[in-house]
Design a protein around this ligand. Sequence first.
Ligand code: AMP
Ligand code: MG
Length: 335
Amino acid sequence: MKRLGTWHYVFLVALVAATVWILRNRADRPMRRCEGRIFGTTYHVAYRHGADLRREVEAELLRVDSSLSLFNPRSTLSRINRNETDVPDSLLVEVLRKAREVSESTDGAFDVTVAPLVNAWGFGFKNAENVTQATIDSLLPLVGYDGISLGAGRLRKRHPAVSIDCGAIAKGYGADRVARLFDRLGIPDYMVEIGGEVVAKGHNAQGGRWRIGVVRPSDGAGNDDMRLMLETDGFALATSGNYRNFYYKDGKKYAHTIHPRTGRPVAHSLLSASVVAPDCATADAYATAFMVLGLRESRRVLAAHPELQACFIFADEEGRDSVWCSPGMERWLSR
Ligand code: AMP
Ligand code: MG
């Protein structure tokens, strides 16, 4: 038998030491969890770390809430909407820049200035008014992403009645902020979920890939009836759906995505859009835009954006729900 050389011994010892180090590290750094409520929705966070970071996570989410939430009357955005200030904080600047980028590449389907319409249709923080065509016509001139601009530390509005709703991007952005906090601390394994928008990295508590379900879009949507199951060791995913927030009036369904040009809630066969993007704010914004654009237009946008992947659940001709996923999505789909 050939004798092992010195280098083989060195290699073996290093291998054993590395394995022991990894196992000890796992034991020293358990998967910790925290959850709560933010921006009128829930969040769940899991992270592998030696210390409890609940306070740091909450502080980061509060920072986002104080900047962007319309449920918080003292937030920067609420004050900007009431014209009490025109100075956006750094978080709002980052989000509005991203929002504009997505507006430009979706031909205005994504538009944070839909706020007056969101309120009129009863999806904001005010109760629904009786929406007539005259109401819509009076509000449409206030809507349009070029009605706001950033420059020299100020936010300019075309008209004082222009108002902004970042509800379609804030959850994803909040998930990104917590993920960045974990990255700064060198945390290898985590999952951050805010209202269904997710950033996952590394491995779960069992050392396997993170498993994330996309619920079957239906009016009585239970959270455990999954239509798609995704497995990942790192991505940002957001889902928009017309089953998430809607009401029926006179037998007609009104869902919370508003078409910025017609001023009305969108109604088409696309039931939900799940988007994977380099960050969760981007995924969140595109998921909403795709709900406005519908299946055909969304696929056209996807073809022009290789950094995005998506799965769409839509009602086929027989009314059954069908799924279309972009080719790059395949590697995360679990069978
Ligand atoms: P999401 O669940 O991310 O699709 O966000 C839906 C929320 O975004 C709605 O409740 C509105 O507050 C807001 N919203 C509705 N329509 C649009 C739109 N076309 N562009 C941007 N935000 C919108
Ligand atoms: Mg969204």
